[in-house]
Structure formats: structure tokens, C-alpha cells
Design a binder for this molecule. Structure first.
Ligand code: URA
Length: 229
């Protein structure tokens, strides 16, 4: 239980003042009865605004990240958060991406305001699977799958080899790569280490979560139980 105005403010329904006005103007009900008491102690599940249930207490979102959006709260440029509804952008705790994709990478990205979940899914110990579709500047030589799976590939500047990764060739310029790590620019650096260059990168899957029927820039809410890890 928490104060009515505090719950609504933390979910981004407005500033404390705006939320108090919403309540005083009779838009908010608790168990179906209009409440004008901003300090009333209530359960999230019992609140409605103009008859509509509140946004979930915890948000987990799967987004099809478009090109040229940045997974950061403070970088210059187009932030990935700007795709989300303004109310979600005002939530406290903030919604953050679970890991990051480069600005020029498209595909599956999860976002949440659940810090513990975010931590669990980005922990190097959890070995969450990520699957990428890669387009290359030069044709595959035929040795890459073995090198990637060897568990001995060293990336420039790192002190440990990459864990075994699975490369499946689609044609000489296109492959899928399945990783269980999430190092900085990992896919691009792995191909750089074998003398190639990634020209297009798309994440198909994060854990068991796929794009499904989302179009670029679209998102949907999922439940914690939907993520298998
Ligand atoms: N590897 C990369 O190089 N970039 C990404 O965005 C994700 C994985």
C-alpha cells in the first residue's frame, strides 16, 4: 500500500501537483469509488483513472529497435526511450534497456524498470543467448565457424577469449551468430578479429524473446514469466 498521489506520480501520470489535481477533480477511483484523498493508502490494483486500470506496476517491454536510435539516457542523438509513450518515459524508477545495441543495430531489445531483472539478464554469469543476423563486407572464408566455436578467439584489448559462439552461414555474405556473452561491440569485433567487417547487424532473439509480428519501432508489454532464463 502506498499514497495514491505517490503511486500515480511514480507511474508517470504527471508531476505531484498534476496528479493531485487529477485526484481532486474526481478522475481517480479506488475499488470503483471516486477518491479525492491524495494521501489515501491504496493498492495499485484497486486504482482506476477515468475507469481505466493503471499501467502495470513493473514494465517489461520488447521493442523492435530501429536504426539510428541510441540505447542511452543521456547521449546526444535520438534516444530509444523517445519511442515509448511520454508517460512511460516519466516513470520512476526509470525504464532502462536490458543491455545495449549499437545505434546502427536493429532488432530485439528489452526494456524494464525492474532493476533486479535487468541485473539478472545482463549478468555475465547467466549466459543469456542472443542471436544476430549479420551481413558482411567480404565473403566468409569457411574457417569462421570453427574459430568462433573454439572458445579461444581473443578480441583486441580483452584479457579473456570469447566463449564458444555458433556461426551458421546463410550465404557467403550472410550468417547468424549465437552468443552467450554481451561484450562491447562483440559481433563487430569478432568479425574484425577474422579480417572481416560487419555492414549490417540485426538481433533476432534475446533469451527466448523474438520480434514476432512487431514492425520496426513497435513494442509490446511482456511478463517476467515470458522470459526463460
Ligand atoms: N555486437 C555488436 O557489435 N553490436 C551490437 O549492437 C550488438 C552486438
Amino acid at each position: 500500500m502506498d499514497r495514491l498521489d505517490r503511486i500515480l506520480t511514480s507511474l508517470g501520470y504527471g508531476s505531484r501537483k498534476e496528479v493531485q489535481n487529477l485526484i481532486k477533480n474526481g478522475h481517480v477511483a479506488v475499488c470503483g469509488v471516486v477518491s479525492k484523498d491524495v494521501k489515501q493508502k491504496v493498492n495499485h490494483a484497486d486504482i482506476t483513472i477515468d475507469g481505466e486500470p493503471l499501467d502495470p506496476q513493473t514494465l517489461i517491454i520488447v521493442l523492435y529497435k530501429p536504426m539510428h536510435y541510441v540505447c542511452s539516457h543521456d547521449d546526444a542523438g535520438r534516444l530509444i526511450y523517445s519511442i515509448l509513450p511520454p508517460r512511460w518515459q516519466r516513470r520512476n524508477p526509470k525504464i532502462s534497456t536490458i543491455g545495449r545495441l549499437d545505434s546502427d543495430t536493429t532488432g530485439v531489445i528489452l526494456l524494464t524498470d525492474d532493476g533486479a531483472l535487468n541485473h539478472a539478464l545482463t549478468s555475465p554469469r547467466k549466459h543469456i543467448t542472443k542471436v544476430y543476423e549479420v551481413t558482411l563486407a567480404s565473403p566468409l572464408q569457411g574457417v569462421e565457424a570453427e574459430i568462433f566455436s573454439s572458445g579461444t578467439l581473443m578480441l583486441r584489448g580483452d584479457d579473456k577469449p570469447c566463449m564458444s559462439a555458433k556461426l551458421t552461414m546463410i550465404d557467403p555474405y550472410n550468417a547468424t551468430v549465437e552468443l552467450t556473452e554481451g561484450r562491447y561491440h562483440q559481433v563487430k569485433r569478432m568479425f574484425a578479429a577474422v579480417g572481416n567487417k560487419v555492414v549490417k547487424l540485426h538481433r533476432k532473439q534475446f533469451a527466448n524473446i523474438e520480434i514476432g509480428d512487431l514492425q520496426e519501432g513497435q513494442y509490446k508489454i511482456i511478463r517476467k514469466e515470458d522470459i526463460l532464463f
